[in-house]
Ligand binder design. Sequence first.
Ligand SMILES: [Fe+2]
Ligand SMILES: [Fe+2]
Length: 199
Amino acid sequence: MSLNLGRTEFGNPANKGRVLSTEEANDLFISWVLNPKLQLHMKQVAHLMKSWAKEKEELNDADQWRWEMAGLLHDADWDQWPELHCKKIIEYLEEKEIDPEIIRAIASHGPVHFGVEPITKMDKMLYAFDELSGLIHAYSLMRPEGYHGMELKGAKKRIKDKAFAANVSREDIEDACARANIVLDDLIQFIIDRQAYAA
Ligand SMILES: [Fe+2]
Ligand SMILES: [Fe+2]
């Protein structure tokens, strides 16, 4: 499913810093996303975004929430309106006068699909976490111990095995790391160490 958004400007610069409250974001999340697997994916990406903002970018609480919110809502319309992904959530957040940086990050989480280049660090990290998070979660499901004791080596093997989680684009993972200027191994390890704590 692929919907070119046909535009590159999102939101209104005057709304910088405006966010949904955690309660508003959770209400939206619960009413739009009914599939538990998708819910988990979005929570995992939200957790990774928040962790990265805090640990690597050393951002304050308000900025951490902006990153987390982008992760939490990036696939909000995928469950019920897949043909409108991610146009619907973007337009909703624009109507709500939300920070344009959050809207832009969501709009650029699949450059090949949506036709929007990831530019900011928030854009790039959302793009980088999206596919790789899913692959590592799939790997945890085939291990009797789940995330416990998971090693970089094993995760890398699964990336090389194209038949494993075949819907996860290896090209996107490579492209995202290059854009974010991150070594793939470091990104995998970051996810392994934190993803089990998302929920
Ligand atoms: Fe998506
Ligand atoms: Fe996603």
